[in-house]
Ligand binder design. Structure first.
Ligand SMILES: Nc1nc2c(ncn2[C@@H]2O[C@H](COP(=O)(O)OP(=O)(O)OP(=O)(O)O)[C@@H](O)[C@H]2O)c(=O)[nH]1
Length: 317
């Protein structure tokens, strides 16, 4: 077996791992024991104090944290409370693994938001079974959350997660006085498209359009959503008007390149989109509803002025 075969087998083994676990314990012997116990099945990260635990959790986004109660810089209750206050980590299940077996400690641990409490010395099979239960629950919860925030037809974000993201970005950017841009877009003469080619072809068309829209979301903080039947929208945090118009133009041209036939369109023999772009410098008085209304006004302007075009404006607060 050559090196690259060994490497690809190692990669394949890594792929098969069932999740990421952060082990937090100040005793080297337990870090070693748990790493050896779990290392074949999971990606294991370790931390030997509270501060390192929080930093490592933020960096590796574990599926589960095994947390000791007694650590040199802060106790487990304190660490768990901090984790629950960090939005990205608040839902990460924590299992206390500790020698403190009195009922009061156990109750405190569970009241802090831990999902389970396991006493030392560790019984390998029991701990593994409890980990499996918590990971299965997390997996299901993540799947339900994904389904609740995704549009079933296109795989883009749905209206609920669009509204949620917009509210969050308005608050975040208000603190730092940075711009936010929105692009709203709508397929031209889509009723005629459905009437001509049928609803199934209409659905296929919406899927192609959404793929073109999401292909132009270049930053992790961008979000593309289907916010109505044939209406899409993008949130572009920290992007000013000219940048957002450039993104809209890229999407417009990409839709042209797709050449999806649309013989009943009065604009072109293929599918086109109309766009509304709106930018604002956020402040705490900005209301989602007012922002969307003004973005829609720009979209209607594009429709009125002939479709297959971009209209843009700065938000008037
Ligand atoms: N295939 C399909 N059609 C949809 C879906 N959601 C909405 N539609 C259709 O989209 C069409 C939208 O029509 P209108 O609002 O009249 O707009 P339009 O024909 O695109 O005209 P303009 O927007 O003015 O260019 C309607 O016929 C809806 O039935 C969907 O999920 N799939």
């Amino acid at each position: 077996m050559n090196n690259s075969q060994v490497e690809s087998m190692t990669d394949a083994a890594a792929e098969l791992k069932k999740g990421t676990i952060l082990v937090v314990d100040d005793e080297e012997i337990y870090l070693q024991l748990l790493s050896a116990m779990l290392g074949d099945d999971y990606h294991v990260y370790i931390a030997d104090n509270g501060r390192a635990a929080i930093e490592t959790a933020l960096a590796c986004k574990p599926d589960l944290i095994l947390l000791d109660m007694v650590l040199p810089d802060m106790d487990g209750i304190h660490i768990c409370t901090e984790l629950k206050n960090i939005p990205e980590l608040a839902e990460t299940p924590v299992i206390f693994v500790t020698s403190m077996v009195d009922a009061r400690s156990e109750v405190s641990g569970l009241q802090t938001g831990a999902v389970d409490y396991v006493s030392k010395p560790i019984k390998k099979d029991v701990l593994k079974a409890r980990i499996e239960v918590q990971l299965a629950l997390k997996h299901n919860r993540d799947r339900l959350l994904r389904m609740a925030s995704t549009d079933g037809l296109t795989g883009l974000s749905n209206r609920v997660s669009f509204d949620d993201k917009l509210d969050k970005e308005i608050m975040r950017l208000s603190r730092v006085h940075l711009p936010l841009s929105l692009i709203t877009m709508d397929v031209d003469y889509f009723k005629q498209f459905n009437d001509t080619y049928g609803h199934v072809a209409g659905d296929d068309c919406l899927r192609l359009v959404s793929a073109a829209v999401s292909a132009n979301m270049n930053r992790l903080s961008d979000l593309a959503a289907r916010i109505g039947g044939e209406e899409f929208a993008c949130i572009l945090p920290q992007v000013a008007l000219s940048g957002a118009v450039a993104v809209a133009e890229r999407i417009r041209q990409e839709i042209h390149r797709l050449r999806i036939p649309h013989e009943k369109s009065q604009v072109a023999p293929f599918v086109t989109l109309s766009f509304g772009v709106l930018s604002l410098t956020c402040n705490f008085n900005c209301q989602r509803q007012a922002i969307l209304e003004q973005a829609d006004e720009q979209l209607y302007k594009s429709k009125r002025e002939g479709r297959d075009r971009i209209s843009s404006a700065l938000f008037i607060g």
